[in-house]
Design a binder for this molecule. Structure first.
Ligand code: WT7
Length: 654
């Protein structure tokens, strides 16, 4: 969430409205407001507009099957996601168009045309098959932003093997937990890569994960990124050797049922362990392709850049699947935004003549801090549309982006969605709607979303409540389509029952204005959003309490100017342990168990944690102390004397 409360006030007050430039409207993929009405009048069948952007091996019988879970989007349809992202473009005259443009960390760059990408994907698909991968087997991909990652994803999709991408920055423990949970017996990784000048030995982390696993790994493929000639065991294979062994091989795409899983991805919730989300082949692909067209306004002639990491859902949906399904050029950037200089991002946009740029508020706030002299050094006139995702964007950052990057000529889309939704849910349509800085917009056409109170009653405009999705949407994950306890029995207890007897609670607070625009107010559960990345407080706490000498720990978020939120840990030590050596140990432990981005910015040692009479840690109090806020009602507290000690401990730390 944006750092200052004033921002929240401005975001909630009836802010200014900005019309999209008419030059944009004239060329927009969608420019007729009637699209909202068309979806409403003909729901769910209007979603055929999304389904029909795909090529189906077997046409679907119905747009939506089931009037209660299990929901089957594009029921009866069979298709292959890799075919939709590659094969069909070869015949459409795009074989020599660049599909993937990679900009590496060391200044190198590499381009793959659709034909080249098709060939490499086919060879790797043949190699995976040769290693024993069969339809339905889960293949784990543990790689940084190198072209081999999307190649491996598409190769998996081609043979109907769901991929599980694990963010390269995650630690061995986090990789092992995910592979175990998914029962994945195949791993594709790389020798290592450079992170801020220092080599990260990815293969070592992967080896450590394999030791921890409860099951065997049948085969590991290693991409050579560092050129280190890593020695390989019998069940380990070099990526280049495998390609060479399958040169020229083509593999028929395996057609999958629309509801078969395309991939798994893990995300953090309130529980101690991240949970796996399975996205479907038909509904998901239709959703991300449609929103890439309708919201990101992508055209096949474009060069498009989303600066997210493929390790998160944003990269899956809007670097790989959506853009490639539309036949555009999608850029993959491995490096840092300030290397070699702080103008790197703008230099890349100028040199590649990027048309559409999609990034996160945390990045925009960082660019703002560096100053407009960096974008000013470059010609950014190729840009047509700007997007943001991952956390609320404060109006000041929104306007800076609009003025200094878009030159007031590019609409800005603030897209709200989640790992669970697969694709965008709330946003303006850039060729249709006016923009309100700080507010994401209305639910997209065909999407049922509203804000309710704890009883599930719709709240009045301007009042804060919970964002719920009241209709199924094509990108919904399998667990939700099948209703594994996601619906009515969850808080809020009685959601608005618009069309079906369930709703999905997003765990986000929100408010709606008179025009139906939704302003997001941040998570209401125990999830911390660091630079647009989700971590559960329990996940981090369990890494901390594993440290010898730690008696108890509670993790909360603190506002942070650039990252949105930072992680703050309150720790009680066991008798006889000293604080100072343990501070580093605790930070290292989180880095090792989860990864560097989850490491607490501050560790505050306290003799006790504030607890209610029933023994629950009062997190509200801990975050109020961190924010220097009024502490509010503390009558439920069993140990009120702790408040003064907490404040002293916190001040001593900051
Ligand atoms: C959480 C989902 C969607 C891909 C990136 C994150 C927050 C996301 C916005 C936005 C306000 C946003 C929400 C949401 N969020 N986009 N435009 N405005 N908040 O995916 O890791 O699943 O996180 O990110 O809190 O619940 P994720």
């Amino acid at each position: 969430m944006p750092a200052d409360d004033e921002d929240m006030e401005t975001r909630l007050s009836a802010g200014e409205c900005i019309d999209p430039p008419s030059s944009f409207r004239q060329q927009a993929n969608l420019s007729d407001e009637a699209v909202y009405e068309e979806f409403a009048a003909d729901w769910p069948d209007a979603w055929a507009r999304a389904g029909d952007r795909l090529d189906w091996d077997t046409e679907y019988d119905r747009v939506l099957g089931g009037d209660r879970p299990p929901f089957r989007w594009f029921e009866g349809g069979r298709l292959n996601a890799c075919y939709n992202c590659l094969d069909r473009h070869l015949d459409a005259g795009r074989k020599n168009k660049v599909a993937l443009k990679w900009e590496g960390r060391l200044g190198e760059s590499r381009s793959y045309t659709y034909l080249e990408l098709y060939r490499e994907v086919n060879q790797f698909a043949a190699a995976l098959r040769d290693l024993g991968v069969e339809e339905g087997d889960v293949v784990t991909l543990y790689m940084p932003m190198i072209p081999e990652l999307p190649v491996a994803m598409l190769a998996c999709a081609r043979i109907g093997a769901p991929h599980l991408v694990v963010f390269a920055g995650f630690a061995a423990d986090a990789l092992a937990m995910r592979m175990d949970s998914a029962g994945s017996e195949y791993l594709v990784t790389c020798d290592g890569y450079y992170r801020r000048g220092t080599p990260v030995h990815q293969k070592n982390k992967a080896d450590n994960a394999r030791i921890e696993l409860d099951h065997d790994v049948d085969a590991t493929v290693v991409v050579d990124r560092l050129g280190d000639e890593t020695p390989l065991d019998d069940d380990e294979y070099g990526y280049r050797d495998l390609l060479a062994a399958h040169r020229g091989t083509e593999v028929d795409p395996v057609h999958r049922d629309a509801s078969d899983p395309l991939f798994l991805i893990y995300t953090s919730g309130t529980t101690g362990e991240p949970t796996g989300v399975r996205h479907t082949t038909g509904g998901y692909l239709a959703h991300v392709t449609w929103t890439s067209h309708a919201v990101l306004d992508i055209k096949s002639e474009d060069t498009y850049w989303c600066s997210a990491d493929i390790g998160w859902i944003t990269g899956h949906s809007y670097i790989v699947y959506g853009p490639l399904a539309l036949g555009t050029t999608t850029m993959l950037y491995e490096g840092a935004p300030d290397h070699p200089e702080k103008d790197r991002v703008w230099e890349l946009i100028e040199r590649n003549a990027v048309d559409v740029f999609y990034t996160a508020p945390t990045a925009i706030r960082t660019f703002m801090k560096w100053g407009e002299q960096y974008p000013e050094q470059h010609d950014l006139s190729s840009l047509r549309l700007l997007g943001t995702v991952g956390e609320p964007i404060n109006p000041r950052a929104w306007k800076w982006y609009y003025e200094h990057i878009g030159g007031e000529e590019c609409p800005v889309v603030d897209t709200w969605w989640q790992t669970e939704t697969g694709g965008m849910i709330v946003s303006t349509l850039p060729g249709v709607d006016e923009m309100k800085p700080g507010s994401a917009g209305r639910p997209l056409p065909g999407i049922g979303a509203t804000v309710v109170d704890a009883d599930g009653t719709r709240v009045d405009p301007g009042e804060a409540g919970y964002l719920v999705l009241t209709d199924p949407w094509p990108g919904m994950p399998l667990s939700m389509a099948e209703n594994e306890g996601w619906f009515v029995d969850r808080e809020p207890t009685r959601p608005v029952l618009d069309r079906f007897d369930w709703a999905y609670f997003s765990e986000d607070g929100a408010a709606v204005d008179e025009d139906g625009y939704i302003t997001l107010l941040g998570r209401v559960d125990d999830v911390i959003n660091v630079s647009g990345h989700r971590f559960g407080t329990m996940e981090i706490e369990s890494a901390i309490t594993d440290v010898e000498g730690v008696a108890e720990a509670a993790v909360v978020s603190a506002p942070h100017d650039l990252k949105g939120q930072s992680v703050l840990a309150y720790v009680c030590l066991a008798e006889g342990y000293d604080e100072e050596p343990l501070r580093d140990t605790i930070q290292d432990a989180v880095g090792t168990a989860i990864g560097p981005i989850a490491v607490p910015d501050a560790v505050v040692f306290t003799p006790d944690l504030p607890k209610t009479r029933s023994g629950k840690i009062m997190r509200r109090l801990l975050s109020s102390v961190a924010r220097g806020e009024e502490l509010g009602d503390m009558s439920a507290l069993r140990n009120p004397e702790i408040v003064g000690e907490l404040e002293t401990a916190f001040d001593g730390n900051n």
